[in-house]
Design a protein around this ligand. Structure first.
Ligand SMILES: Cc1ncc(COP(=O)(O)O)c(C=O)c1O
Length: 401
């Protein structure tokens, strides 16, 4: 038996979980902390520095005033689930039953981990495209999945269908897909989704698709939900949230749409993990999801202009930019600056130049694969862009430094 004394002396590591030891804190969110510490312009973490729409804020205020202040039904307030189902049908043509196929969670972050915990058993493999949104790594560890990575290759971030096929096998439980994609801005085409579909069917695997940037599309790109692809409705877990579409990342309201069987498992995990998402904010979400088409058109137009602005600033400062077709990030190549790696450059940038960005390595399993990349976000105001442009003007490529 372990005594108190034995527990206290040199036992720190034995009292933490192996799982928690296998991943670090978020690099993206750490960059925001560094940006604050160095008073840098923060182009790292993906949160808008402009106001959320007045209507959604008013709806939240009214919900609190109307005393919608107690637990909502654990899997989501009915008006909100109804609104989610109506919007999914209207935008993607997929009919879902709000009573049996939707779980409202604390952001898409919780929707993703609850979904993984609901379907993954030890020994299961999960296929992940890389570069990937950094949460998917810890999600795999926490749920006990073994990730199998498949590269998206610049400049167009295409995947090699043969390599994808080789990543699937009898142990594959799911593929994680993020379209429009963070960090690359790739928007998966119908043909690509069909290639993935064929593999999911062949190996009896799920697709978990993170679609939180569905309305940020440029240059004619079209968002296609995996659930709308023939044969995929009941194999797909569609993850989404209020966070990005309505500029309310701090509200922590998201959802998972899945078949009744999968939903019942997700709901159990979700219930015991968080009980539920904020009740008044779900009420406001129900109002937001009924915004007219013009809202989404205006959102895409504004982000188109912001993308152009940041592309101009970064290109002028010497970055090679991969122009995104969706989402609100620009992945760059930093080779011209001659730094040892992405982390060294990101540190220099935040400390000496005063601009925060995310090191590319945080989006790869092997940090070496991201060492020539840095990711910037453009969900920012002109004032922020102006400040970033002034600071980045001090930056010099290696050849003239
Ligand atoms: C691809 C992707 N998924 C999920 C999230 C987190 O979303 P939420 O705020 O809804 O948890 C982000 C945030 O940047 C993201 O980029």
């Amino acid at each position: 038996m372990r005594t108190t004394e034995q527990t206290q002396v040199g036992a720190v590591n034995h009292r933490l979980s192996d799982k928690a030891a296998r991943f670090t804190e978020s690099v993206i969110r750490e960059m925001t902390r560094l940006a604050i510490a160095h008073k840098a312009v923060n182009l790292s973490q993906g949160f808008p520095d402009f106001p959320a729409p007045a209507e959604i804020k008013r709806a939240a205020q009214e919900a609190i005033a109307a005393d919608i202040n107690q637990y909502a039904i654990t899997w989501g307030a009915k008006p909100f689930r109804d609104a989610i189902a109506t919007k999914f049908q209207a935008t993607q043509g997929v009919a879902v039953d709000p009573e049996r196929e939707i779980t409202v969670c604390c952001g898409s972050t919780e929707a993703m981990i609850s979904s993984m915990l609901a379907i993954v058993n030890p020994g299961d493999e999960v296929v992940v495209f890389e570069p990937f949104y950094e949460n998917y790594g810890p999600d795999a560890i926490l749920s006990g999945a073994t990730p199998r990575f498949v590269k998206l290759r610049p400049p167009d971030w295409e995947f090699d269908p043969q390599k994808l096929a080789a990543a699937f096998g009898p142990a594959t439980k799911a593929i994680i897909l993020n379209t429009p994609n963070n960090p690359t801005g790739k928007v998966f085409t119908r043909a690509e989704l069909e290639t993935i579909r064929d593999l999911c069917i062949r190996w009896n695997a799920y697709a978990i698709t993170d679609e939180i940037y569905e309305h940020m599309l440029y240059d004619g790109a079209e968002h296609i939900s995996m659930a709308s692809i023939d044969g995929m409705r009941d194999r797909t877990i569609t993850i989404n949230a209020l966070s990005k579409t309505y500029s309310v990342t701090g509200w922590r309201v998201g959802w998972a749409i899945a078949s009744p069987e999968v939903t019942s498992a997700i709901r159990k995990v979700h219930d015991f993990m968080t009980v539920g998402a904020a009740a008044p904010l779900q009420q406001a979400g129900a109002a937001a999801l009924q915004f007219p088409k013009e809202y989404y058109d205006a959102l895409a137009r504004e982000y188109y202009d912001r993308r152009a602005r940041l592309l101009e600033i970064l290109t002028k400062a010497g970055f090679r930019c991969f122009q995104p077709r969706g989402a609100y990030y620009i992945m760059t190549d930093i080779s011209a600056f001659g730094f040892a790696d992405d982390v060294a450059f990101a540190e220099y940038l935040v400390q000496e130049i005063g601009v925060a960005a995310v090191p590319g390595s945080s989006f790869y399993n092997d940090p070496a694969d991201g060492k020539n990349h840095l990711r910037f976000t453009f969900c920012k105001t002109e004032k922020t862009f102006q400040a970033a442009a002034e600071r980045l003007a001090k930056l010099k490529p290696a050849s003239i430094r």
